[in-house]
Design a protein around this ligand. Structure first.
Ligand code: ADP
Ligand code: ZN
Ligand code: ZN
Length: 840
């Protein structure tokens, strides 16, 4: 059946699993020469490529060894969605499948499986399942290939699949996974002791074991204090569970006597998944009524949905876009529909979850990125309805089984839905929605719009600074457009002041990277107990160091970039490949000790501010300080609680965070954003500065944004001062049209890579010729990108600019032809060509 997993032999003695796409009858087989069209090998992209590039050529018909599923794990709609992604982003279906399926469904040959220590067989295992289970060592993990050898069973995938479902095997979860759910143990009172009388009798009988007595007394007290006794039988104890950890700290007793009680069967132990965030129960506050402007916007959105599948909500920061989402979600839930809520960053889910919980309480199952892989598999199975029966034992998914609201980052577009009504894409302009590596290099916003189309659902895009694509689509009537131009309550937009660093430097009013007016303002805030945010879009201490004697700059061994100095860790590191070395004391070229740091990043700002304002509490937020989730949460909550006076950070601080005591936002260097070698530099600078500015302002007091720049008359800066998104948009559109850039033209980037530089050059040249013969002057390059070499591979880029209105499928076909011809020439066998559609 199409959509089921099967195993097939491949090559001489390899066995792969794949998903059946289509079953053909004998006549079709004869004409097509293929028995089934297998959708790529799960786990081995070479095989997938092979299969797809074979295309119309003869495929040897192979028998299917095993059918792994009784019912499809993929719906037809999902197949169509996958196919669209593969088509549009010029990749193969195997790659889409890789991205889409939870690891537990992939049965990849390189996936590591481990024994579930909690497993107890409830149903009988088959002989072959036992063989696999016994072959599995206790304290190690094994791949399916290894298990095949150990158990002597050639094709172990069906057994692995069964053992997974029964909970005997688990996917090995890497320890570095910060989002792994936490399991905690709980105890409850065994049924026979669950009356007060029985409990007292039991406690009395344990005279010789005072510690066990104390534990039971603590259990009893906890139950009676926190739960209501059942009304029908007053002597009965309430049913409850207490976490082992709480119990031990509550009773002050060590764990040995507790273990004894569990052993005797008096207390029952169980494991449950606890959400790391849920230490405090959120109270349901209900949904805020909309203010007049929001009410009007809400009405317009609904009206607009009658004509448009996609609506863009252009609302300034703090205008209440999130409040509108909540109202729209509620309406969908009432109709029994599902909502997909996309966020640009995983770290943001927590805050939104809390807001949603306040609005809806627990009745809304929220599927989010913290779910473990086994839970994903469970949810996947339920919504594709392949399993009607049992839940696997070790997941705790019942409460989420009926999930209606799905919160997630870009990969959430691959979650299966059956009643999708609405997709909300918050901060739709964010670049994190685009996957760059590996394929499929998809844009979640664009994919979501297609997904909604397949499901007959609506899409709401929300942003204070929409992507130019989206805004243009709204202007030409392809999307609906609804605006919110007032902040909620009596909050006002902050005033913006420009500080001309060139002039101030001449007047001797710059101290290193800080202008006098900015420093005075910071001082003032500290005195008034108001908070400050300082924004610098570069992490580390300084982007490079330079020898003052010979001008040597240390660069990465593998990439053509200078190494960034990180003072705190005392290392020089490459921001492209992660290579790092201990910081240098002497110049490697001339041994001089006169090494100077050049430029500045967030670390240096922190360093200097701490010297200038020793009394202030500082915190820094960038990807170096938020490596794990708790660190991120602590930074945010310390700032919210006023423990931090000055928060220094990269654009990370500008995303969706609401603080209410920030009076000043300082942008330290607007120029390095404006000068990025990217046709979107102005669009992005405007977005970033406006987003971070949006953090300024308090309930009853207007905030201030101070922008340091050497080019105060720059169009971007001027439009930021005026808060005119529209002006800059119109002006930029002229340029984009003139120079054939999006949204008027579609870009496809071909990134040619190889270890050998001359070979890379020749390959790129030859491929460009092939493209040019087909697309003419729409082909630009090959050119060296800004960074010539990354991870030891040289690269050259070819850019194809296609008219927006050109038919997609035609272009795709021609490109594939050109690739085919390139490969057929045989001269560039190991040269990689990475295709990136809508690359920027
Ligand atoms: P946006 O998503 O546009 O930045 P938010 O929805 O986060 O705006 O609203 C900003 C702040 O104003 C939040 O703290 C929110 O709770 C509050 N707010 C907005 N609208 C309302 C409303 N109608 N009633 C109560 N509070 C509101
Ligand atoms: Zn030197
Ligand atoms: Zn590097």
């Amino acid at each position: 059946i199409a959509g089921c997993r099967v195993t097939v032999p491949f090559g001489s003695n390899k066995i792969y699993s794949g998903i059946v796409r289509r079953v053909l009858d004998a006549a079709q087989v004869n004409s097509n020469n293929t028995a089934i069209s297998l959708h790529g090998q799960i786990g081995d992209s070479d095989f997938a490529t092979e299969l797809f590039s074979e295309g119309k050529k003869n495929i040897v018909i192979k028998p299917i060894i095993d059918l792994l599923d009784e019912a499809p794990i993929i719906t037809e709609t999902m197949f169509v969605f996958w196919e669209w992604i593969a088509d549009y982003y010029l990749c193969n279906l195997g790659e889409v499948m890789q991205a889409a399926l939870p690891a537990g469904l992939k049965l990849q040959s390189n996936t590591l499986w481990t024994l579930n220590p909690e497993f107890e067989a409830e149903n009988k295992l088959s002989k072959s399942e036992m063989a696999v289970l016994y072959a599995m060592p206790k304290n190690a993990s094994k791949t399916s290939d290894e298990l095949s050898k150990l158990s002597g069973i050639k094709n172990v995938l069906p057994q692995i699949k069964k053992l997974l479902e029964k909970g005997a095997l688990e996917l090995e979860v890497s320890l570095s996974d910060n989002y792994k759910p936490k399991m905690a143990s709980f105890v409850s009172v065994a049924a026979e002791y669950s009356t007060e009388n029985a409990m007292h009798a039991l406690i009395d009988s344990l005279k010789n074991a005072p510690k066990q007595q104390a534990i039971l007394m603590a259990v009893l007290q906890f139950g009676l204090n926190n739960f209501d006794t059942p009304t029908n039988s007053p002597n009965a104890l309430p049913k409850f569970e207490i976490s082992t950890k709480d119990l031990l700290s509550f009773s002050g007793i060590s764990s040995a006597p507790l273990a004894e009680l569990v052993k005797k069967g008096i207390l029952l132990k169980s494991f449950k998944r606890v959400e790391r965030t849920d230490t405090v129960e959120t109270e349901i506050v209900g949904i805020n009524p909309l203010n007049d402007f929001q009410q009007e916007a809400y009405r317009k959105i609904l009206e607009s949905f009658e004509k448009h599948a996609t609506v863009l909500l252009h609302g300034i920061t703090s205008s209440g876009k999130t409040e509108l989402y909540i109202h729209l979600i509620e309406a969908q839930l009432q109709q029994g529909k599902q909502v997909l809520y996309l966020l640009p960053e995983i770290a943001l889910t927590e805050q939104i979850i809390n807001r949603l919980k306040k609005a809806f309480g627990k009745q809304v199952g929220v599927y989010h990125s913290k779910f473990s892989d086994s839970e994903r598999v469970e949810i996947w199975n339920r919504s594709t309805q392949s399993k009607t029966g049992e839940l696997t034992k070790h997941t705790n998914v019942e409460e989420f089984a009926d999930y209606k609201l799905i919160l997630g980052t870009r990969s959430a577009v691959f979650i299966p839905f059956n009643k999708l009504g609405l997709i909300i894409i918050d901060e739709e302009h964010e670049t994190t929605y685009k996957q760059q590596e590996p394929a499929p290099r998809y844009h979640a916003r664009d994919a979501a719009i297609y997904l909604a189309h397949l499901n007959n659902a609506k899409v709401l895009l929300g942003s204070a600074t929409p992507a130019y694509e989206s805004y243009m689509n709204a202007n030409i009537g392809k999307y609906g457009l609804v605006e919110l131009t007032q902040r909620h309550g009596n909050m006002q937009m902050p005033t913006v002041e420009i500080l001309n660093t060139v002039k101030l430097r001449k007047q001797n009013r710059m101290k290193t990277h800080f202008s006098d007016p900015l420093l005075i303002k910071i001082k003032q805030c500290l005195t008034n107990k108001e908070q400050v945010i300082l924004f610098q879009n570069r992490r580390g201490y300084s982007p490079f160091i330079e020898c003052s004697d010979c001008a040597h700059v240390p660069v990465c061994e593998y990439c053509d970039v200078s190494l960034t100095y990180h003072k705190y860790k005392n290392i020089l590191s490459c921001h492209y490949c992660g290579y790092s070395i201990e910081s240098l004391k002497k110049c490697p070229a001339c041994s001089s000790t006169a090494l100077e740091t050049k430029g500045f990043g967030t670390e240096k700002i922190e360093d200097e501010i701490s010297i200038m304002f020793p009394e202030a509490n500082l915190a820094r937020m960038d990807s170096d300080t938020t490596g794990n989730r708790n660190a991120y949460r602590k930074l945010i909550s310390d700032f919210e609680q006023g423990k931090t006076d000055i928060l220094i950070g990269t654009q990370m601080i500008s995303k969706g965070l609401d603080f209410d005591n920030v009076s000043t936002v300082g942008v330290l260097n607007a120029d390095n954003m404006l000068n990025m070698p990217d046709f979107r530099a102005f669009e992005r600078s405007y977005q970033q500065i406006m987003q971070v500015s949006g953090r300024a302002g308090r309930k009853n007091k207007q905030g201030v944004v101070l922008i340091q720049t050497g080019t105060p008359d720059h169009a971007v800066i001027q439009n930021i001062v005026k808060g005119s998104y529209q002006n800059l948009f119109v002006q930029e559109m002229e340029h984009r049209k003139m120079f054939k850039y999006p949204p008027f033209f579609k870009l496809i980037l071909f990134n040619v890579k190889h270890f050998d530089k001359p070979l890379t050059d020749r390959a790129a040249e030859s491929f460009a010729v092939l493209l040019r013969s087909r697309f003419g002057n729409r082909v630009l390059g090959p050119e060296y990108p800004a960074i010539l070499k990354i991870r030891n591979k040289f690269q050259k880029n070819i850019l194809l600019k296609i008219e927006r209105t050109a038919p997609l499928s035609k272009g795709r076909e021609i490109i594939l032809q050109a690739l085919e011809e390139f490969k057929a020439s045989g001269a560039f066998n190991n040269v990689q060509i990475i295709i990136n559609v809508d690359p920027y």
